[in-house]
Design a protein around this ligand. Structure first.
Ligand code: F6P
Length: 540
C-alpha cells in the first residue's frame, strides 16, 4: 500500500497548481464522471481537486486495503471489533430479508425481528391510547433519558422527521447537568408522561443519575405505580430488572450493536413512537438499500466508498484536517452532532488493529451547522480564512412545505451559491473592478482589492436527495456509517471501540469526593486550584 500512498502524494504534488475550475474546463463531463447515485441519492464530488488518476489510485488503495473482504466480514458477523471481540452488526437490525446472520453459531435474525415486533406493538399501543397511564388516560409525552449513542440518533431523527411525527411528543434528556432534566420536566405532567431509560450498558453515570431523578419525579405523583410509566432499552437486562422496570417494557439488544450505530434497533424506540411503524420501517429500508449498494456496487460507483476516498484524499493527501457538515435542511440541525460521535468516536484513533502507532493522520475533526445560518456565522473563515475546510453540503430537491416552495428555492440557491463561491472565489482582477464600481478612491484600491479577493479553489461535496423522507434519512445515515468504516479500513484501525472515553470517566469518579469536601494533595496544582474555586461558597 505504501507505493500507492506515495503515488497519491506525488500526484498531488504534480497537480496542485491545477484548479478545480480548470478541471471543469478540461472535462465537459466532469459532473457525470465525479458523481454517483444510489436509489435517488446523489453524491457530487466534482468540486474537488480529484482527477481520474487520483481517483483510480484511491480505488486501488481501497482494494489493497482489502475493503471488499472487510465489507463481507462485517455483514457476515465476523468479530471485526477485535479489541472487544465482537461483531459490528448494526446492519442486521435493518435487514429486510430473512437471510441468516450467524453470531457464535446462532442466527440472530429471528430475535431481531421479534424485538422489532415487540417495539412496534408497544409503540402502536402508546400511539393509539390502548396502552394507558396508571390512571387510565392517554400518554401525551415521552422522555428519553440516554447519552451519546443512546441519545443522539433518536434526537437527530425525531427532529429530521418532524413532518411525519403524529405520536406523543418526544423529549430528550442527556446531560448530567441538572438543568437539562429540570428544564425538560418543568413543562410536563408525570400523570401523562412515559420515561424511557436508554443505555446499552445501563451503568452510564449521566443516564443512571437522570433516571433516578426522573423516577423520583414520577413517584412523587404516582407513588408505587410509577413503574407503569417506565420503559427501558439496554443490553443489560439484569440491571433493568434491578431498577424495577417491568420486563414487558424492556427492549434488549446484543452487545454487537455499537452505541453510535444503535438507532436502528431498540434505541430507536422514541423515533418509532413519534412517527409510527410504517415510517420507522421506511427509515430502516433506506438504510438497508444503502447496505445493498455498499455491498454490491463497484468502488468507482459506490457512494460510501467514494465518500470515504474523498475523505482520505482531503485529510491524508491534501492535509486538510477538518470537515464541515452543512445541511441545508433545518430539520437536520442535529446531524453534525450525530456525525461527530459517529465519525470521531469511531475513527479518532492513533493505533492500528495490531496495536502499533498509525502512520498517517486518522479521523478528521467534524463540525457543522445548518445553512443558511452558518453563512452568517463561520462561513467567513471557509471563504477567506487560512484553513481549507472541505465542506459537505446536504440539500433536498423539495421541502415538505409546499406553500413555502419559494423559500425552498432560496435555500437551494444559497446552497449551490456557497459551493460555487468556494470553488470559484473572486480573483484580484474581479475584486479590483468591484472596488472601483463601489467608488473606492484610487489610493485605497490596492488595500480594498486584497480584502475583496477570495482565493477560491476550496473543495466541497454535495449530497442531494428528492426530499427528507424517512427512507432518505435512513440512506444518509447508513451512507455516513459506511464512509466511516471505509476510512477506518484504509487506516487499518478499529472503528468500533472507544477506549478514549474511559480515562475521563474514571477520573470523574475519583474527583467527586474532592468536590464534596475530601482532600487529596497528590492532585496537580491546577486541579486543586479549580476544586477550591468551585467549592468556595457562592458569592452573594
Ligand atoms: O462515553 C461514550 C459511550 O460509551 C458511547 O460510546 C455510548 O454511546 C455512550 O457512552 C452511552 O453509553 P450507554 O448507552 O451504555 O449508556
Amino acid at each position: 500500500m505504501s507505493e500507492i500512498w506515495s503515488k497519491l502524494s506525488e500526484h498531488r504534488r504534480q497537480t496542485s497548481e491545477m484548479s478545480i475550475t480548470e478541471l471543469f474546463e478540461r472535462d465537459q463531463n466532469r459532473f457525470q464522471s465525479f458523481s454517483a447515485q444510489a436509489d435517488g441519492l446523489l453524491l457530487d464530488f466534482s468540486k474537488t481537486a480529484l482527477d481520474e488518476t487520483g481517483l483510480n489510485a484511491l480505488v486501488d488503495l481501497a482494494e489493497q486495503a482489502g475493503l471488499a473482504s472487510k465489507i463481507e466480514a462485517m455483514f457476515r458477523g465476523d468479530p471485526i471489533n477485535v479489541t472487544e471481540g465482537r461483531a459490528a452488526l448494526h446492519t442486521a437490525l435493518r435487514s429486510q430479508n430473512d437471510t441468516a446472520v450467524m453470531v457464535d453459531g446462532q442466527d440472530v435474525m429471528p430475535e431481531i425481528h421479534q424485538t422489532l415486533q415487540r417495539m412496534e406493538s408497544f409503540a402502536g399501543a402508546l400511539r393509539s391510547g390502548a396502552y394507558k397511564t396508571v390512571t387510565g388516560a392517554q400518554f401525551t409525552d415521552v422522555v428519553n433519558i440516554g447519552i451519546g449513542g443512546s441519545d443522539l440518533g433518536p434526537v437527530m431523527a425525531t427532529r429530521a422527521l418532524a413532518p411525519y411525527h403524529d405520536g406523543p411528543r418526544c423529549h430528550y434528556v442527556s446531560n448530567v447537568d441538572g438543568a437539562d432534566i429540570t428544564d425538560c420536566l418543568a413543562g410536563l405532567d408525570p400523570q401523562t408522561t412515559l420515561i424511557i431509560i436508554a443505555s446499552k450498558s445501563f451503568t452510564t453515570i449521566e443516564t443512571m443519575t437522570n433516571a433516578a431523578t426522573a423516577i423520583s419525579w414520577l413517584r412523587a405523583a404516582l407513588g408505587d405505580q410509577a413503574s407503569g410509566h417506565l420503559a427501558a432499552v439496554s443490553t443489560a437486562l439484569d440491571k433493568t430488572t434491578e431498577m424495577g422496570i417491568p420486563p414487558e417494557r424492556v427492549f434488549g439488544f446484543a452487545d454487537w450493536v455499537g452505541g453510535r450505530y444503535s438507532l436502528w434497533g431498540p434505541v430507536g424506540l422514541p423515533i418509532l413512537i413519534a412517527v409510527g411503524r410504517d415510517n420507522f420501517r421506511a427509515m430502516l429500508s433506506g438504510a438497508a438499500a444503502m447496505d445493498r449498494h455498499f455491498q454490491t456496487a463497484d468502488f468507482r460507483h459506490n457512494l460510501p466508498v467514494l465518500l470515504g476516498l474523498v475523505g482520505i484524499w482531503h485529510s491524508n493527501i491534501c492535509g486538510y484536517n477538518t470537515r464541515a457538515i452543512l445541511p441545508y435542511e433545518q430539520r437536520l440541525a442535529r446531524l453534525p452532532a450525530y456525525l461527530q460521535q459517529l465519525d470521531m468516536e469511531s475513527n479518532g484513533k492513533s493505533v492500528t488493529l495490531e496495536g502499533s502507532p498509525v502512520r498517517r493522520t486518522t479521523g478528521p475533526i467534524v463540525w457543522g451547522e445548518p445553512g443558511t445560518n452558518g453563512q452568517h456565522a463561520f462561513y467567513q473563515l471557509l471563504h477567506q480564512g487560512t484553513h481549507v475546510v472541505p465542506a459537505e453540503f446536504l440539500i433536498a430537491a423539495e421541502g415538505h412545505e409546499a406553500e413555502l416552495s419559494h423559500q425552498h428555492d432560496l435555500l437551494k440557491a444559497n446552497c449551490l451559491a456557497q459551493s460555487e463561491a468556494l470553488m470559484l472565489g473572486r480573483s484580484a482582477q474581479q475584486a479590483r473592478a468591484l472596488a472601483q464600481s463601489r467608488g473606492i478612491p484610487e489610493g485605497d484600491l490596492d488595500r480594498m482589492t486584497a480584502h475583496l479577493t477570495f482565493p477560491g479553489n476550496r473543495p466541497s461535496i454535495t449530497l442531494a436527495y428528492p426530499r427528507l423522507t424517512p427512507f432518505a434519512l435512513g440512506q444518509i445515515i447508513a451512507l455516513y456509517e459506511h464512509r466511516v468504516f471505509t476510512e477506518g479500513v484504509i487506516w487499518g484501525i478499529n472503528s468500533f471501540d472507544q477506549w478514549g472515553v474511559e480515562l475521563g470517566k474514571e477520573l470523574a469518579v475519583g474527583l467527586l469526593p474532592l468536590i464534596q469536601g475530601a482532600t487529596d494533595s497528590s492532585k496537580d496544582g491546577s486541579t486543586l486550584g479549580l476544586v477550591a474555586k468551585l467549592t468556595a461558597s457562592t458569592p452573594a
